[in-house]
Structures are given as structure tokens and as C-alpha cells.
Write a protein that binds this ligand. Structure first.
Ligand code: PHE
Length: 355
């Protein structure tokens, strides 16, 4: 470009475009390249010129037009970019902001107790197992050293299912102990498991329900002793009731699948129901050293391996911990009761204080 007027127009335009806001930019575009724009008029004026002069002039005006177009586009890109990042800034979602708690339900006290038991025993290195609700006679009784016609079978108020006449009639498991057998058959020792789950007995009153929950425990190794049983259960009960000084008593008892067997009692006040205070004892769980016959029934040599087992009634310890008087309330699904006795799903059971 040589024409000083065109050069002037170009530099003036470029300067104005360079600092234009979006509205100004649009009016600059119309003023230069619109129907009646300056550059458009220059192009129109070429029509009346001699061919030679028009060629030279045309090249100059077209060069001007190209330069201005580039400047307009460049400025538009900058303005668009700025507008976009402004919008992104304004619409930013803070994904680190805590969720607004909208609690519509609660954790049932039975589930809560299972969570707490799980937290305590996993901290001690136990793993969690489960087994079927429908067992057969062999897993529920015979393998646990309870032979046919043994009085312990009558004690359990068993629900028998339609039998097909076979040797192992199906039953609703009366305790979680059959999972001891399933585990001993599946895994080589050492074994350290707990088994929370449903159990069934034909019994119904304020402290018994035909469906209830237990947690089994089983520890098998080469040098497991009664001392381990006592230490483990004392630690468990004191952690569960959150009372480091909770009195715990071991009382000789009988179960076909343990020898020796012990009932475990905790100290309480019978009159007030207060745990850990007073001079009364309350039976809380069954335990013992796994009977050699049980190990032998599962193909484990009782001279090489031994261990202990225990069974805890989940409803029972939940009622004691939270002062719930009637076990039937657990299953009534009364929303007012659930709101009162339930737990926040946003505050799961943890063991941050340690055992
Ligand atoms: N299975 C027994 C019951 O339901 C409890 C128990 C389990 C006792 C393990 C000793 C060892 O009564």
C-alpha cells in the first residue's frame, strides 16, 4: 500500500479495533465493511475508473480490506475468549463443597450393632464370613457334635423344612455355628472369623423372636488357648459397651461343640438396668474351646490345631446397650421408633478411639 490516505485509514482502523469492546467492534465492522461502509464505498468507486488505474487501486483497497478483516477477526477471538472464561468462572461448581445432609432414613439398631461388632473384630484381625439361612441337619447339628436324638436338638426349637426323606433334612439354621463347619471345611488354619447373620427358632415373646441375629466367632491355630478366648471376649465386650472397666465373668457351662464351655456374664444392676454398675450378673454370650470332635469332623487334626468359638445374640446386646425393653419393637417398622433408636447414615460406626 502506498496511498497515504489508505495507510492512515488502515492504522486508524486497526488501532480502534484493537481496543474495541464487543458493541464497538460491531459498529466498526459496519462502518468499514457494511453496505455503506468506508471500504465498501472505496471498492464501489473503482467501477468508474480507467482499467489500468483500477487494477493498481483495486489491489491497494483489497489489501486494506484484508488487513481490516484480519484485525476484526483477531479482536473478536480475543473478546469471545474473555467472555467464555468469565462465564466459566461464574458457573464453576465447587466439587469439594460438602454434600448437604438430607437424611431421610436411619440405620436400624441391629445393623448398627453389626457394624460396631465388625469394626471391633476387624481391628483385631478377624475377617467376616456368612453362610446360608437354610442349612441341613448335618451342618446345623451333627457336624457340631450334636448327634441325632441328642437333647440339645430339642432345646433349639428348630424349624424343619419339608423333608425329602434324605439323611440331611433341611432346617432354618438355629444358630450361626454351622458357618464354623463351612469355614473349617473350606480354609486351612489359621482361621480368625466372625459371622454376623440371621438365625431362626420357634419361639416368640418379649425377649425371643422366631427370626433373630447372632454373631459367631471362630479362632483356630496351633497354640490358641483359653487365655486368648478370655482376652478377646473381654476386649470385645468392653469396646462394645464402651466401658474400659466393665466387669466380665466366665462361668462353666455346656455346649456340645465346645469343651470346656463357658457362659460369659457382665456386671449390671438388675433393678435399674445399668450396665457395669451394681452387683448382679447378666448372661451375655456362649463360648468355649472348639471340641476335638468338631475339628475331626472337618478333617482337621485336633492334636495339631485347637481354638475357641463364641456366639453372641445381637438383639440382646443391642437392647442392653440402648435400653430397649421389648425385642418385638425391632421388627415393627414403626417410623417414630426407628427415628428415635436409629443411627445417622452419615456417622457410621468407627473405631477411631481404638479398642
Ligand atoms: N451356638 C450357641 C447358641 O446359639 C452359642 C455358641 C457358639 C456357644 C459358639 C459356644 C460357641 O446358643
Amino acid at each position: 500500500m502506498t496511498d497515504p490516505d489508505l495507510l492512515q485509514l488502515r492504522s486508524d482502523s486497526e488501532a480502534a479495533i484493537g481496543r474495541a469492546d464487543p458493541a464497538t467492534l460491531e459498529s466498526l465492522r459496519i462502518g468499514l465493511l457494511g453496505k455503506a461502509g468506508q471500504i465498501t464505498s472505496l471498492l464501489k468507486s473503482l467501477g468508474g475508473m480507467e482499467p489500468e488505474a483500477r487494477k493498481a487501486r483495486g489491489a491497494e483497497v483489497n489489501e486494506l480490506k484484508a488487513a481490516v478483516t484480519v484485525a476484526l477477526e483477531a479482536r473478536k477471538a480475543i473478546l469471545d475468549e474473555a467472555a467464555l472464561s468469565l462465564r466459566l468462572q461464574a458457573e464453576k461448581i465447587d466439587i469439594s463443597a460438602p454434600a448437604r445432609p438430607e437424611v431421610t432414613g436411619t440405620i436400624h439398631p441391629i445393623s448398627r450393632t453389626i457394624e460396631e461388632i465388625t469394626a471391633i473384630f476387624t481391628a483385631m484381625g478377624f475377617s467376616i464370613k456368612d453362610g446360608p439361612d437354610i442349612e441341613d441337619d448335618w451342618y446345623n447339628f451333627s457336624a457340631l457334635n450334636i448327634p441325632a436324638h441328642h437333647p440339645a436338638r430339642a432345646m433349639m426349637d428348630t424349624f424343619y423344612l419339608q423333608a425329602d426323606g434324605g439323611e440331611r433334612p433341611p432346617v432354618l439354621r438355629t444358630h450361626t455355628s454351622p458357618v464354623q463347619i463351612r469355614t473349617l471345611l473350606q480354609e486351612p488354619p489359621p482361621i480368625r472369623i466372625i459371622v454376623p447373620g440371621r438365625t431362626f427358632r420357634a419361639d416368640h415373646d418379649a425377649t425371643h423372636s422366631p427370626m433373630f441375629h447372632q454373631t459367631e466367632g471362630l479362632v483356630i491355630g496351633k497354640d490358641i488357648s483359653l487365655g486368648h478366648l478370655k482376652g478377646c471376649l473381654i476386649d470385645f465386650l468392653r469396646a462394645f459397651f464402651d466401658m474400659p472397666q466393665l466387669p466380665v465373668r466366665f462361668r462353666a457351662s455346656y455346649f456340645p461343640f465346645t469343651e470346656p464351655s463357658m457362659e460369659v456374664d457382665i456386671g449390671w444392676n438388675r433393678k435399674t438396668g445399668e450396665i457395669g454398675k451394681g452387683s448382679d450378673w447378666l448372661e451375655i454370650l456362649g463360648s468355649g474351646m472348639v471340641h476335638p470332635n468338631v475339628l475331626a469332623n472337618c478333617g482337621i487334626d485336633p492334636r495339631e490345631y485347637q481354638g475357641f468359638a463364641f456366639g453372641v445374640g445381637i438383639e440382646r446386646i443391642t437392647m442392653l446397650k440402648h435400653g430397649i425393653a421389648d425385642l418385638r419393637l425391632f421388627y415393627e417398622s414403626d417410623v417414630r421408633w426407628l427415628r428415635h433408636y436409629g443411627f445417622s447414615p452419615l456417622a457410621p460406626a468407627t473405631l477411631h478411639e481404638g479398642i
